[in-house]
Design a binder for this molecule. Structure first.
Ligand SMILES: C[S@@+](CC[C@H](N)C(=O)[O-])C[C@H]1O[C@@H](n2cnc3c(N)ncnc32)[C@H](O)[C@@H]1O
Length: 268
């Protein structure tokens, strides 16, 4: 079972990312030379190739796109390769990987990634380390969302909890994410260019095809016995459908979620 291809074909997050990047286009501070750019959590590489690479346009020398999932990274290399993009199998939370990439990048992008990392502070510190002085990070990430709600429910259910440890799967950003993120980034050594939180909605056309690859990104999925994996996916799919608004056949739902957009510059 590998849902990379399913994720590659989804359009919702690519359309959202494109709209958000364009909305904040004027707040980007590009260097007057061709930049080294890092994307954290490139997944299948389709957003990297079709949205991000065209957004950064002439500013890029090399775009290094990393993901901690080997199957995603392999899919990206096989299906979304292009000159100027180098896909690497790396984890932005691994101290050795961060050390290797220390001080190398003028811009770092993390699009729909930070909420999958429970230790937000360490993630931001790692980004800070990998940036050059005066480098800029762009992130968009979710707080409340249906997948998070479903995992919180799963942790409480004995039938699943006997297989997986009860632990935080997603980042927690308090009741005031904008203030919390703003303060945290400043403490780490960033100047804030943009930090905006909003409640947003998105229409998801093929809901199962959107949710299944997300469930597959769960770190402890391998602990679920193979004969129960399909049931596990169906369990989350049902929870996620119940937390959304059904729009129309065959499988179209409206998801409402909390979202934070950040552009921040590493202080010199
Ligand atoms: C929801 S997907 C988003 C993929 C892509 N950015 C997009 O929007 O289509 C999140 C991706 O972040 C990756 N990821 C999560 N934590 C990571 C980490 N610590 N280092 C590198 N990649 C990570 C996951 O493996 C997954 O592929």
């Amino acid at each position: 079972m590998d849902y990379s291809d399913m994720w590659c074909k989804t359009t919702a997050s690519k359309n959202l990312a494109s709209a958000i990047l364009n909305k904040h286009r004027d707040s980007f501070k590009w260097k007057n030379y061709k930049e080294n750019i890092l994307e954290i959590g490139c997944g299948d590489g389709s957003l990297t190739k079709t949205v991000l690479y065209s957004f950064i346009g002439d500013h890029v020398q090399e775009l290094v796109a990393i993901d901690k999932l080997d199957y995603m990274c392999n899919y990206a290399k096989a299906n979304n390769a292009m000159e100027g993009i180098e896909y690497r199998f790396k984890d932005a939370m691994d101290a050795d990987h961060v050390e290797e990439m220390k001080g190398q990048f003028d811009h770092i992008f993390a699009i729909f990634v930070a909420h999958w990392i429970p230790d937000t502070k360490l993630f931001f510190e790692n980004i800070h380390k990998m940036l050059k002085p005066d480098g800029q990070v762009f992130m968009v990430f979710l707080d409340d969302n249906v997948v998070k709600t479903s995992f919180n429910k799963q942790m409480m259910e004995k039938s699943w909890a006997k297989y997986t440890p009860i632990k935080q799967v997603f980042g927690e950003y308090t009741e005031n994410p904008e203030q919390y993120i703003n303060d945290l980034l400043q403490k780490i050594g960033f100047e804030i260019d943009v930090c905006e939180h909003e409640i947003a909605s998105v229409v998801i056309e093929n809901f199962a095809d959107f949710i299944k690859p997300l469930i597959q990104m769960y770190d402890d999925l391998h602990l679920i016995p193979s004969e129960l994996q399909e049931e596990f996916f169906q369990y989350h799919l049902k929870n996620c459908r119940e937390a959304c608004t059904y729009l129309r056949e065959p499988d179209v739902y409206l998801q409402t979620y909390g979202q934070t957009v950040v552009l921040a510059t590493k202080s010199v």
